[in-house]
Design a binder for this molecule. Structure first.
Ligand SMILES: C[S@@+](CC[C@H](N)C(=O)[O-])C[C@H]1O[C@@H](n2cnc3c(N)ncnc32)[C@H](O)[C@@H]1O
Length: 236
């Protein structure tokens, strides 16, 4: 497995960690978040009209793009009518910066990357953006700290993409506030996936009602976690 060209390894100055795998961020996103949440199979079995994903840590939007590309490739009759993708970001990146840093995947992402760059806000001067995505989607960007913003959210969530930096570099992202709000917002059987298998993250999710499993991580990573919200069943 080769590393990305050095110039394309995107590192955060705030957290001293990389935004995505140094091998291939798009392949990692598909492995961890799509496969980890059993998408697209879950969409096929889903019976409601609209499917809601919530992500902690939007960054460049690479996870959103890998999801949207998958959604578009799935036959309409095999998925819900609409999707909503909600994501939090404390340090929003500019359109130009994202364009430059995702250019490596221009060919693999094709049309979705172009369309995404057209809708991604230019000014970043609002706290919240509700962006129509094609004819059947909505991207909701909430710019602020997830610990302050998630408690204000009222949307019910079917699927979680937990993508902060490593818990050791960014413990605030993996907080009790986040776990408790995930439980408050989760629909029955909401799924989650995350690249980390850190013990305190697993225990935090279990405490609020998620059934947590360790599975093989992307590339050289031995483990990551996936799971399902079972809280409502045990309370019934
Ligand atoms: C590993 S990167 C996410 C990569 C991203 N999903 C992508 O596709 O580029 C983690 C992101 O979480 C953001 N972040 C870290 N702590 C946060 C917090 N407390 N609230 C909101 N966003 C946070 C970082 O600024 C960073 O963009």
């Amino acid at each position: 497995m080769n590393d990305l060209p050095r110039a394309l390894i995107l590192k955060s100055e705030h957290y001293d960690d990389v935004y995505f795998s140094v091998h291939d961020g798009l392949a990692e996103s598909r492995h961890v978040f799509l496969q980890g949440n059993n998408l697209p199979e879950r969409l096929e079995a889903f019976e409601q009209e609209s499917f809601t994903i919530c992500e902690t840590g939007f960054g460049t939007g690479l996870n959103f793009l890998s999801f949207w590309q998958m959604w578009k490739a799935q036959k309409e009759e095999n998925r819900p009518k609409r999707f909503k993708y909600i994501s939090f970001e404390k340090y929003p990146l500019t359109n130009e910066f994202i364009k430059e840093n995702l250019s490596y995947w221009e060919e693999s992402l094709g049309e979705v990357l172009k369309q995404y760059l057209d809708i991604y806000p230019a000014g970043l001067n609002q706290k919240k953006y509700i962006l129509p995505v094609g004819e059947d989607g909505e991207l909701i960007l909430v710019f602020g700290d997830v610990n302050e913003e998630m408690p204000k959210l009222q949307d019910k969530v079917d699927c979680w993409f937990l993508d902060g930096f490593k818990p050791s570099c960014n413990p605030d992202m993996w907080s009790e506030t986040v776990f408790q709000n995930m439980a408050r917002l989760s629909n029955s059987d909401a799924s989650f996936a995350t690249f980390t298998a850190a013990g305190f993250v697993r225990r935090g999710l279990e405490r609020v009602g998620f059934d947590v499993r360790k599975v093989k991580g992307y590339g050289r990573k031995r483990e990551m976690c996936i799971g399902t919200y079972k809280g409502r069943w045990s309370c019934a």
